[in-house]
Design a protein around this ligand. Structure first.
Ligand SMILES: O=C(O)CCC(=O)C1=CC=C[C@@H](O)[C@@H]1C(=O)O
Ligand SMILES: [Mg+2]
Length: 366
């Protein structure tokens, strides 16, 4: 913090971190592999001044994911650097985690939580400076499974109040995946939004074939059908699907190419913003504002994180005007969590915490 008040306050910051391991209730099957557990670090930053009672605390979470972020080892090394560097102030701690996206996510989230708490404002209003937002729309996340299993999981999600489901594809033949979506559409009816995520699994020909079937089933978004590098391929798919309602979203492609290249190639209708993979909700918020200027839709998702990072992603989504359904309802994928979840899911939306800061408590083990 560098406003006038801070100089007068002689701020003193400490940073600590604790490792954790969270099992998934059921492994999440994706075309990029199976996610069985989430190992990471809880981060706490305490800012104090000479006066005893002037203490502020912020929490962050670094949950590396292979293929998306640095390794757990590199993350821990970066956090140790930040633990020492913060004696010279928050900016030094940020320098210490530069280039390590999960570690930077944790430090920036803890600083954001701390600063928003000092402002006595919810984190989403601290980062977006926008109006009060009560809820953000969310999608259910459904992994790869047999047609009957997929249709059942989607029906259960609808029964729990969701009106949007994102289904993992790309592990089977295109015909088998289209059949999975057909059975799901039969089970949930015409009014539920269905999206699919292929995690780079298809060739252009496979994606073209899939799109014909998916369009007939009213699928709204096809996420990352081709390898991350294939910008021209995604642009060509977009030209093919003009008017048939299937939008192309880039996820891994955003991390590979960035916004400029995607926009220049005309490769995406939407981009997926994963704060953990982008290095923080601050970075993701800037990208969201940028792509909305370019009439590209931002969609926020977790990286199947603990409650601290997941709640940070909810605040990020709440700070983005007119955000569509986001991949934030991943708490149920975890068998255990870091602490109580301040985010209630109801009627297809996440109720945004209005407490000061992040709004997560009881996660730190003394
Ligand atoms: O978007 C969602 O519904 C939840 C997040 C999600 O699907 C993912 C999180 C992390 C890695 C991937 O398996 C996957 C994705 O590719 O979007
Ligand atoms: Mg994805």
């Amino acid at each position: 913090m560098n406003d006038r008040a801070d100089v007068d306050r002689e701020l003193d910051c400490t940073l600590e971190y604790q490792s954790f391991s969270l099992e998934l209730a059921t492994p999440l099957e994706t075309a990029a592999g199976t996610i069985e557990s989430r190992d990471g670090f809880l981060v706490r930053i305490v800012e104090s001044t000479a006066s005893e009672d002037d203490l502020a605390v912020g929490y962050g979470e670094a949950t590396p994911l292979p293929g998306w972020t640095e390794s757990v080892g590199d993350c821990e090394t970066a956090l140790e650097r930040a633990r020492v560097a913060i004696e010279d102030g928050p900016a030094a701690a940020l320098d210490a985690v530069d280039g390590q996206v999960a570690a930077r996510h944790a430090v920036t989230l803890a600083l954001g939580d701390l600063r928003a708490s000092r402002e006595a404002t919810p984190l989403y209003r601290h980062i977006g400076r926008g109006p009060m937002i009560g809820r953000v729309p969310v999608n259910a996340t459904i992994g790869d499974g047999a047609p009957t299993e997929t249709a059942r999981a989607a029906s259960e999600a609808i029964d729990r109040g969701f009106d949007c489901c994102k289904i993992k594809v790309g592990n089977r033949s295109v015909e088998a995946d289209v059949e999975r979506l057909r059975r799901t559409r039969e089970a949930v009816g015409p009014d539920i939004e269905l999206r699919v995520d292929a995690n780079e699994a298809w060739t252009y020909t496979e994606a073209k074939t899939a799109l014909e079937g998916l369009a007939d089933l009213g699928v709204s978004i096809l996420e990352q059908p081709l390898p991350a590098g294939a910008l021209e391929g995604h642009a060509a798919l977009r030209e093919r699907v003009q008017g048939d309602g299937v939008a192309i979203a880039l996820d891994e492609g955003l991390l590979e190419h960035g916004v400029d290249a995607i926009c220049e190639a005309g490769a995406a209708d939407a981009v997926v913003l994963k704060p953990m993979a982008l290095g923080g909700i601050d970075v993701a918020r800037q990208i969201a504002a940028w792509v909305q200027e370019l009439e590209i839709t931002p969609i926020v998702t977790t990286t199947i994180d603990g409650v601290v990072a997941r709640t940070g992603a909810v605040h990020l989504a709440a700070s983005i005007p007119n955000v569509p359904a986001c991949g934030l309802a991943t708490a149920s994928l975890l068998a255990t969590d870091l602490g109580r979840d301040p985010v209630l899911l109801e009627k297809g939306a996440a109720v945004v915490p209005q407490a000061k800061g992040l709004g997560v408590n009881g996660v730190w083990t003394e």
